[in-house]
Design a protein around this ligand. Structure first.
Ligand SMILES: Nc1ncnc2c1ncn2[C@@H]1O[C@H](COP(=O)(O)OP(=O)(O)O)[C@@H](O)[C@H]1O
Ligand SMILES: [Mg+2]
Length: 360
């Protein structure tokens, strides 16, 4: 099995690559900055240092918001070819705090009240109506660097003027009092594999480790874990760090990190997260490969029967119907030909002796 980690080469990425070598035969370290994508032909072309990027069973692509678009194109190109723990749309959603909040809203995940205005005048009106303190944030900031704290209308208004002059987009958020703490839940698959409580440095509101915060291991209650896992799922990613504020009304999600650091949380929790990631990637890549080979085999059988998969429309398969309890189970070949997946919305019409399933 062959894997690639596409990243900026941080220490966390190096740890992950090393851990993956225990499971995968080959693990290539690919620097995002050497990538080039070409659209326009039938297939998307991905070049790495001017040569086509090869075939892999697993590509773990991550990086900062600056690379969100190239990572989206790359993962789109590989989406049917190998296992990707972060799906294409994850990059454009997860690297923008407003789009993240929008997705969380759709999924019914609790979050602080968040505001976006379209003009400076409406922002000013909003600032006049809010209760202080508040938070103002760059949608694409990280490490706490785009987070501003305003304890009065006067300070918020001056921040607003500066942001407007700099043409810098921002969101406004209610301030959740947590005594300078937040929770980082590290999600791998459908589990929170490690979690820590971070405490901001003295005289500081942001609890990021990069902003001087310190972390200590914490066992999360099941509701907080569920929220973290649901957050990851709603953004289409299997590996991420979810930032949560513990409010009086329960956990509120503020951010999803698609390239969460390993050093701080490994030190605080003493959990070998790199190994957990590596093992998970290997298991998922193996599953993907088996599924894919199954599909290839089905194509071969269809070809042998003289049935062209592409032109198969409506050709009949003769089989014995199988029931699980009272539920009809269709042969795997039907799934392959129809290309339906688990979340596909369909209409099912049934009459005596006939069932038709159609894409909705
Ligand atoms: N609405 C908020 N209320 C209180 N503290 C906040 C709020 N939003 C952010 N913070 C603090 O600022 C830190 C950084 O915010 P976050 O949204 O996670 O951005 P970043 O990408 O910079 O980490 C958080 O970890 C938290 O300590
Ligand atoms: Mg954060």
């Amino acid at each position: 099995m062959k894997a690639a980690v596409i990243s900026l080469g941080s220490v966390s990425s190096q740890w992950t690559i090393e851990a993956m070598k225990t499971y995968f035969k080959v693990v290539d370290a690919i620097d995002i900055r050497g990538l080039e994508v070409k659209l326009g032909k039938k297939e998307i072309e991905i070049l790495y240092n001017n040569k086509p990027l090869g075939e892999y069973d697993c590509i773990y692509a991550k990086g900062s918001f600056r690379y969100a678009q190239i990572l989206r194109v790359l993962t789109t190109a590989y989406s049917h070819k190998c296992y990707l723990p972060l799906r294409a749309e994850t990059f454009t959603l997860g690297h923008n705090k407003l789009l993240t909040q929008l997705k969380l809203q759709e999924a019914g995940i609790p979050m602080p009240k968040t505001y976006l205005t379209s003009t400076t005048i409406s922002a000013k009106n909003l600032l006049e109506s809010l209760t202080y303190p508040i938070i103002m944030k760059f949608p694409e900031g990280s490490h706490g660097k785009g987070v501003m704290y305003a304890d009065s209308f006067a300070s918020a208004n001056s921040i607003l003027d500066a942001l407007t002059t700099l043409n810098q987009p921002f969101i406004i958020q209610e301030y959740i009092e947590t005594n300078g703490t937040d929770i980082r839940a590290f999600v791998v698959g459908s589990k929170v594999v490690a979690s820590m409580k971070r405490k901001a440095a003295k005289e500081e509101k942001r609890s990021n480790i990069h902003a001087g915060g310190s972390g200590e291991t914490i066992e999360l209650d099941s509701q907080t874990k569920k929220i973290a896992i649901k957050t990851a799922k709603s953004l289409g990613c299997d590996i991420c760090g979810v930032d949560i504020l513990e409010s009086g009304l329960g956990p509120l999600v503020i951010e999803v990190n698609l390239s969460p650091g390993l050093q701080g949380i490994t030190k605080s929790t003493k959990i070998n997260i790199a190994d957990k990631i590596a093992k998970f990637l290997f298991e998922k890549a193996s599953e993907f490969k088996n599924d894919r080979e199954g599909k290839v085999k089905t194509s071969e059988i269809l070809n042998e029967c003289g049935i062209d998969r592409e032109e198969h429309n409506g050709k009949e398969i003769i089989a014995n119907l199988s029931l699980r309890g009272k539920k009809i189970v269709l042969p795997e070949i039907v799934t392959d030909i129809s290309d339906f997946d688990e979340n596909q919305e369909v209409t099912i019409s049934a009459s005596k002796g006939k069932v038709v399933i159609k894409k909705f």
